[in-house]
Design a protein around this ligand. Structure first.
Ligand SMILES: Nc1nc2c(ncn2[C@@H]2O[C@H](COP(=O)(O)OP(=O)(O)OP(=O)(O)O)[C@@H](O)[C@H]2O)c(=O)[nH]1
Ligand SMILES: [Mg+2]
Length: 241
């Protein structure tokens, strides 16, 4: 997919401050410092679009960017960073949970995990929370340039083993590096599929040519259905973060 324009829309402190629901959205979530803002920049092809920092807890608002005037990328604050002031943390976390649960135009969440780490409790709990709330998501293992291929595969295997205990459908899994751009084509493919699925669901015949792939899109059309199915079989755990 070609990205012809990538424009900052706004930083929203809560769901009510987000823009109208007219465009499909794709959001990045994960522990502080896992590489959400860097991945957003890598996908958009604009290095300074979202602000990146080695200091965990840097992104504090729901940051929204409009791509090709037709869809949005959403950079969410990370979870699991103890040093954020308690009052701020509660507010950010509520805003993020509201956004994930109640945003009707949210097509897919990219749940980011550090490919260099074995499964972390907070990530496992967070992914279970996404599933139990029927949020459509894929898993993205980040920073693959920092570790060996074998380590990445071992950590992915360990994570999927842990979630296979409760997950009806294992989520789709991707890897990426913001440094080498590994994974860019595949992740833009997820967006492209979901865009076409959304357009066909809403009966828009319009002109999706620039972003439209040539083939049928089973993965995107079933992602929401899968999320619903997984939800049906799960109790609802409390928000873990
Ligand atoms: N080597 C390497 N470093 C990365 C990669 N992605 C991010 N980083 C580094 O990791 C640090 C955190 O990156 P961010 O993109 O700001 O992470 P974030 O998840 O947005 O962090 P918060 O906003 O604090 O939640 C920065 O120092 C980045 O340069 C990657 O793919 N490879
Ligand atoms: Mg960030």
């Amino acid at each position: 997919m070609n990205i012809s324009s990538a424009v900052f829309d706004r930083s929203a402190p809560d769901l009510d401050s987000c823009p109208d629901e007219s465009l499909p959205e794709f959001a990045f979530i994960g522990r502080s410092n896992v590489g959400k803002s860097s991945l957003l920049n890598m996908l958009s092809g604009k290095l300074g679009l979202a602000r990146v920092s080695p200091t965990p807890g840097f992104t504090k608002l729901i940051n929204i960017f409009t791509m090709n005037k037709r869809w949005r990328l959403v950079d969410l604050p990370g979870y699991g960073f103890a040093q954020v002031a308690r009052k701020d943390k509660t507010q950010f976390n509520r805003a993020v949970a509201d956004y994930l649960k109640h945003r009707p135009n949210l097509c897919c969440v990219f749940a980011l995990l550090d490919s260099g780490l074995p499964p972390q409790k907070i990530d496992l709990e967070f992914v279970e929370w996404l599933a139990s709330n029927a949020v459509p998501f894929v898993l993205v293992f980040t920073k693959t340039d920092r570790v060996t291929h074998a380590t990445v595969q071992a950590n992915i295997g360990a994570f999927t083993d842990r979630i296979s205990g409760w997950s009806v459908n294992l989520p789709e899994i991707f890897t990426c590096s913001a440094t080498t751009k590994q994974g860019r084509t595949e992740l833009l493919g997820v967006i492209q599929e979901a865009m076409v699925a959304t357009e066909s669901e809403s009966g828009q015949s319009g002109q999706p040519p620039e972003d439209a792939p040539p083939e049928d899109l089973p993965a995107a059309t079933t992602r929401k259905a899968k999320a619903q199915e997984t939800r049906a079989s799960r109790p609802h755990p409390a928000r873990p973060w």
